[in-house]
Design a protein around this ligand. Structure first.
Ligand code: SAM
Length: 470
């Protein structure tokens, strides 16, 4: 891996940059593998309670904690996650460890004991969004936005897998959020950047790097922030991050936020984990945090936090009237969804469940944003019966009383490949299939065959049935 000389020269004198160890770590073959568990679907005790018999990623003996995240763990080697059914069940997300530092910003600077309204502005594929969701009070709302349309499906898939019901996914340009002045308590901007922090993981990023691109990215980051910041409340928290080492995208943006956007920089309290580099911006001495792969177990990352000093008036938004599900249809879905605290609407040809205390947000955001997904997709009613959505099987709203068939490892992989299943369910009709007690999706058992309803868009394409190595 040959790093561009212009890139290395541009980092001379930057806080924490040391050329020799930095170059050396980019020449090393092995990277770092880390996962973040989903506390709503997995507790560390699960490993013991299920007996951990078969191919299993989440195995205590192989996990070392990421120092800055209670849910993050390093693995001693990189397994084929594709062949771990628990990955598909949403028990964990494979995420680069440095990025998990977001948790420190949120736990220190936001009141997570209260319901918050949070915007994750640049959200696909959903690493930070799923993390934020795990940290928030359950009555919070997370709007997870991705401007690039083609990146929306993967974001929705990851939100669906996470099983929560308090996330709305939108597909909007940052400018669209100007229609929501002062709406959000917290805004996370994990900005598109020149990507040097990911050189170790993605060599193609090296070829795309140029000093000119760094400048373009810096200008784009300013545009994104300036467009979206009106949507943050007075005293609201902005977390800005990149995976670039370039000061134009990091320290210079901090200075610009303080000088031009009237944001107040906030430093994190307490001791930083070993190897994290505290940096300050040249003019306003704003505090930020740099991650270098030669200093910590993780990739290149930068994060800084701000409070909005001066907010405009809060939004007085019109409330639309989303189409409530009629009582007759609500009765049909009753046995399939835990209804407590939920309201049901028709949305995009189907039925969705939205937390009752967030219905007002749903009604306000629906006409203003390009809402792609909200709450939990429940399914459609056909011939007076529910045809359930995959999202419902993954959701925590699915009652335990719904019929289920347990699959062993080989059958679970066949299911995830959308192949025929060698199982004879105890009952006929729609039911979930489970692996190690975790729901994977739906089957419909007919008298003479079992139909596999795992969504074809996310099925495992590799046919290699190599068992997942422990
Ligand atoms: N936060 C994500 C995560 O943790 O999984 C990663 C986000 S990635 C660093 C930046 C995202 O910004 C990309 O998904 C990209 O499509 C999006 N993006 C690109 N141009 C943008 C723009 N002009 N405004 C807002 N977002 C943009």
């Amino acid at each position: 891996m040959k790093l561009p000389e212009a890139f290395l020269e541009s980092l001379e004198g930057v806080a924490g940059f040391e050329r020799e160890p930095f170059v050396a770590v980019h020449e090393k073959e092995e990277g770092v593998t880390s996962i973040r568990i989903n506390p709503a679907k997995w507790t560390m005790g699960d490993t013991e309670s299920t007996g951990s018999p078969s191919p299993f990623t989440i195995d205590h003996s192989r996990l070392t904690p990421v120092p800055w995240s209670r849910y993050g763990f390093y693995l001693d080697k990189r397994p084929s996650f594709t062949f771990d059914p628990l990955f598909h069940a949403g028990c964990y997300y494979v995420q680069e460890a440095s990025s998990m530092f977001l948790e420190q910003a949120l736990t220190q600077l936001a009141d997570l004991s209260e319901p918050l309204t949070v915007l994750d502005l640049c959200a696909a594929p959903g690493g930070k969004s799923t993390h934020i969701q795990s940290l928030l009070h359950p009555a919070s709302l997370l709007v997870s936005n991705e401007v690039i349309k083609s990146r929306n499906p993967v974001l929705i898939d990851n939100i669906v897998k996470w099983g929560s019901s308090n996330v709305f996914v939108t597909n909007n340009d940052p400018k669209a959020f100007q229609k929501l002045p002062g709406y959000f308590d917290v805004m996370v901007v994990d900005a598109p950047c020149s990507g040097s922090g990911l050189f170790r993981k993605d060599e193609s990023a090296i070829a795309e790097w140029s000093p000119n691109n760094v400048v373009l990215c810096s200008q784009r980051q300013q545009r994104i922030l300036a467009d979206a910041l009106p949507a943050l409340k007075e005293e609201g928290l902005l977390v800005y991050s990149t995976c670039s080492y370039s000061t134009e995208e990091d320290e210079a943006i901090m200075d610009w936020l303080v000088l031009e956007m009237e944001m107040e920089n906030v430093a994190l309290a307490g001791n930083l984990a070993d190897g994290i580099v505290a940096t300050t911006s040249p003019t306003t001495k704003a505090a930020g945090y740099r991650f270098y792969p030669d200093k910590i177990r993780g990739e290149g990352f930068f994060l800084s936090c701000f409070r909005k000093k001066i907010g405009g008036p809060q939004a007085r938004l019109k409330v639309s009237k989303p189409e409530l599900l009629p009582a007759r249809e609500k009765k049909i879905i009753g046995e399939w969804v835990n209804e407590t605290g939920m309201e049901f609407f028709r949305f995009r040809n189907g039925i969705i469940a939205v937390p009752a205390h967030r219905v007002n947000d749903f009604a306000q955001l629906l006409p203003l944003l390009n809402l792609q997904y909200a709450g939990v997709a429940v399914g459609q009613i056909l011939k007076e019966k529910l045809v359930p959505e995959h999202a419902l099987a993954q959701s925590l709203l699915l009652p335990e009383t719904v019929a289920a068939t347990d699959l062993d490892y080989a059958a679970a992989i066949r299911y995830l490949q959308r192949q025929d299943l060698p199982v004879v369910p105890q009952t006929l009709g729609w039911q979930v299939v489970r692996y190690e007690t975790k729901n994977l999706g739906w089957i419909n058992a007919l008298k003479n065959r079992v139909n596999n309803y795992y969504p074809k868009e996310i099925r495992i394409l590799k046919q290699n049935n190599t068992p997942f190595a422990k």
